[in-house]
Design a binder for this molecule. Structure first.
Ligand SMILES: Nc1ncnc2c1ncn2[C@@H]1O[C@H](COP(=O)(O)OP(=O)(O)OP(=O)(O)O)[C@@H](O)[C@H]1O
Ligand SMILES: [Mg+2]
Length: 484
């Protein structure tokens, strides 16, 4: 605090001591006098002490839930005071993954906002009376205290506190360890409740830079994702929940899962990997949805294998004919399916039903190897806003992989690789496998040569595009004959 403020603080503490004395004296006064005395004492303090103090306790309520305001202030002061405070304390976050800096107890820092100076102190009290509780109670009750001159009351209430909250929350989000969730239930001893999702730190290193893809297509996807992230007001204006559906399709090994990781790293989102076959029924699916947080990607991989979503469900198809016994059996199966399985309508509700709007800022990503097998209702525009085909490796894609894996952007073998890639079909996963360093002890140049030679050989052994097309046409014809 400044000199003036310090002397005021001195006056304040002198008055506080007087008040304490007063309280002791008051014990011997009749109770109706007591009320008069404390009212006049507060008024007196207000006249001589021009500072206002606001306290933010760490825990509020009976349930000992950590206060959001305290957490935001902690993050705000941790970031803004790290170069001003003389004593900081470092703690690991809940996952033990990284260190979080905050102001140490009984430390004080100043903050300037629009020409106004305020003082923040951190402190703690030790509760004398202990109640017996099932939940572990923290020994010390920590709190932050904000002190400012009363002539700045308007600016502090009107904008400073909002500024601290917003900035603190943003810092917490960027500092947080992102998580990869999976739907296997778990008991959280910290929050003391059953969790429908379990999680591990999300550490996939894929980025759009490391993704082999046509540059234009890649740029289009990046722009689409960034536009989504910054469109909170737009979605509110048009009256749509702030979410977007992506369908990634293509053969195995073309980078669908890798792209999801790149999306999460680009947007700084958590990932919820939803294993649909492990979900008991539609109600459980809805519960899972409600428990997801915003700034996240909900992923359902291999959607064609997760559910029988190819047109009519089996029980519906069966019920259309056959003997009475067959019909009864079909009805029983249908009932069973509806009670114990996730249905197509349950999944559609999950994507864009009323519940899907809770939380906001979420991407829903489906992946499949067989886009043609999916029910049209599931992938129609509006549900799946963007369809992205990931296909075999192009020469441009190969160049990205060569740069990342081998650190080269040109080589005499590139020309023959280009020619081979124009006629042969190879997945990025196969290209990547050939470019992995296989030789220990050899120098980098030799390694590049070995890897590229091995890729040329692999390409020569691959099927040509014409051959693949002819086989696909024959298979489609045979399928039609079988159905007929
Ligand atoms: N487009 C790509 N860019 C960079 N690496 C890729 C790409 N596609 C595949 N890979 C590499 O191949 C491996 C397999 O890719 P990935 O798991 O993303 O394929 P997928 O399309 O999800 O396959 P599946 O359909 O079998 O799930 C990855 O570990 C990655 O290293
Ligand atoms: Mg995959």
């Amino acid at each position: 605090m400044s000199m003036a403020a310090e002397s005021w603080a001195g006056v304040g503490s002198a008055i506080a001591s007087l008040m304490f004395l007063w309280a002791v004296v008051c014990q011997y006064f009749p109770s109706h006098l007591d009320i008069y005395l404390s009212t006049y004492t507060s008024k007196l303090v207000g006249l001589v002490y021009p500072y206002i103090e606001i306290t933010f306790a760490e825990y509020t309520g009976e349930r000992l839930k950590r206060s959001e305001a305290y957490t935001a202030i902690e993050a705000y002061l941790g970031a803004s005071s790290s170069d001003r405070a003389k004593r900081l304390k470092a703690e690991t976050d809940r996952d033990g993954a990284q260190l979080v800096l905050s102001m140490d107890e009984y430390e004080e820092v100043t903050d300037d906002f629009q020409g106004v100076t305020v003082w923040w102190t951190s402190s703690k009290t030790n509760p004398q009376t202990r109640s017996i509780s099932f939940y572990p109670a923290p020994d010390d009750r920590r709190f932050y205290r904000l002190t400012f001159h009363r002539r700045h009351r308007k600016i502090i209430h009107g904008s400073y506190l909002h500024h601290v909250m917003e900035k603190g929350k943003a810092i917490s989000v960027s500092n947080r360890q992102r998580k990869l969730y999976t739907n296997s239930s778990n008991f959280d001893w910290y929050e003391y409740k059953k969790m429908v999702w379990s999680h591990v730190p999300f550490e996939h290193p894929a980025t759009f830079d490391t993704l082999a893809m046509e540059p234009d297509k890649k740029e289009d996807i990046i722009q689409d994702l960034l536009a989504f992230r910054d469109s909170k007001e737009f979605y509110a204006r048009i009256g749509k929940p702030w979410k977007r559906g992506y369908l990634l399709y293509g053969p195995p090994g073309t980078g669908k899962s890798t792209m999801i990781a790149a999306m999460a790293n680009l947007l700084d989102y958590d990932v919820y990997d939803l294993e649909l076959t492990a979900v008991k029924n539609n109600t459980a699916l809805r519960k899972l949805l409600i428990e997801t947080t915003s700034k996240s990607i909900i992923v359902i991989e291999d959607i064609d294998c997760s559910l029988d979503l190819s047109g009519k469900r089996k029980s519906e198809a069966q019920s259309e004919g056959g003997s009475e016994e067959d019909q009864k059996k079909a009805a029983r199966t249908r009932l069973d399916n509806e009670e114990s399985k996730v249905t197509l309508s349950g999944l559609l509700n999950f994507i864009d039903g009323l519940w899907s709007a809770c939380g906001g800022e979420r991407l829903i990503v489906f992946t499949t190897n067989h886009v043609d097998k999916l029910d049209p209702a599931l992938v129609r525009r509006g549900r799946m806003d963007k369809r992205i085909e990931l296909s075999h490796c192009s020469f441009e894609g190969f160049k990205v992989l060569a740069r990342n894996y081998l650190g080269v952007s040109e080589h005499p073998l590139f020309e023959s690789i280009r020619t081979l890639m124009e006629e042969k079909q190879i997945t990025p996963a196969d290209v990547a496998e050939n470019l992995m360093r296989k030789t220990v002890g050899k120098d980098a140049k030799e390694n590049v040569e070995t890897c590229l030679q091995s890729l040329v050989q692999a390409l020569k052994e691959c099927r040509s595009k014409d051959e693949v097309e002819t086989t696909a046409a024959t298979e489609t014809h045979e399928d039609k004959v079988d159905e007929g």
